[in-house]
Design a protein around this ligand. Sequence first.
Ligand code: FAD
Length: 302
Amino acid sequence: MPVLRDFFITLSENQFLNSAAQKYGLKMGAQSVVAGTNIPEVIESMKELNAQGISCTVDNLGEFVYEKSEATNAKERILAVIEAIHENDVDAHVSLKPSQLGLDIDFDFCYENLMEIVGKAHEYNIHVNFDMEDYDRLQPSFDMMEKITQVYDNVGTVIQAYFFNAKENIEKYKNYRLRIVKGAYKESPEVAYQDKNDIDLNFIELIEYHLLNGKFTSIATHDHNIINHVKQFVKDHNIPNDKFEFQMLYGFRKEMQLELAKEGYNFCTYVPFGDDWYGYFMRRLAERPQNLNLVTKQVFTK
Ligand code: FAD
């Protein structure tokens, strides 16, 4: 399995395939896990989820941007999404990747872009989450969050359990709203656990720490064992429902998403949309090669 994981992660980083995929639209089954390519489509998808008692975090797909013009386009699009959430009264917040807004180009340029986005979201009382990318972008993203939260309080980020320094970071950033995940990128054994059991154990430890000591916790996983563990833990420690939520990705374990919402837990679906779906989709295949079923289903149902 690690070989397949590496294979799909390598594909996710291939610039040529990425551009080709954008040109040919949502193919290869990606439409089951990406909620459309434009704002009206994603608003419709989120309204449907809201009607089922599920809130959303919306992601304008895109990452690893190296041209200022591209980062500016991404900023304009995210501003338009925020406007659309407000106008349509959708129960949603925003997730974004700092590298899409120019983190790799210039810190200050990225800061200006993010300040505009977070400022607009703040006007409408909308939270903004900085997704965490790979290790090289970890500290710059935390630095960015710290700088922006000197002005605005509607920002949080992600802690990835595979990193050795995750515990240190969760303690440092416990006063932020945090999403806790296992981690989706290929990282070196010098900085990250490679073994699934080690990652799972650290994941549980981080979730428990933030539930007991931190601000709002988003537990983002499709892993039923972890979810069941959390359900028992919050019960045992009398942690109220308004201190945490479960999150899953759009299109995955749909029945479980609904069940959790029906059981009365806050549930939030991560809803990606846009043309730049290729890297996101390849990472989902890397995590779970069974997701290839989505591809074969697409091919055979045409
Ligand atoms: P896994 O370890 O993939 O799966 C554990 C077990 O759960 C599997 O063995 C299987 O039994 C079951 N299972 C999992 N998926 C399914 C399925 N589809 N159907 C049936 N059973 C299943 N990563 C980042 O690095 N940065 C981020 O900012 C980030 N944000 C995320 C936001 C959300 C909302 C989510 C859900 C994930 C995010 N991730 C992010 C990805 C995350 O790091 C993991 O790579 C991804 O969630 C896979 O791990 P898992 O916890 O779902 O469980």
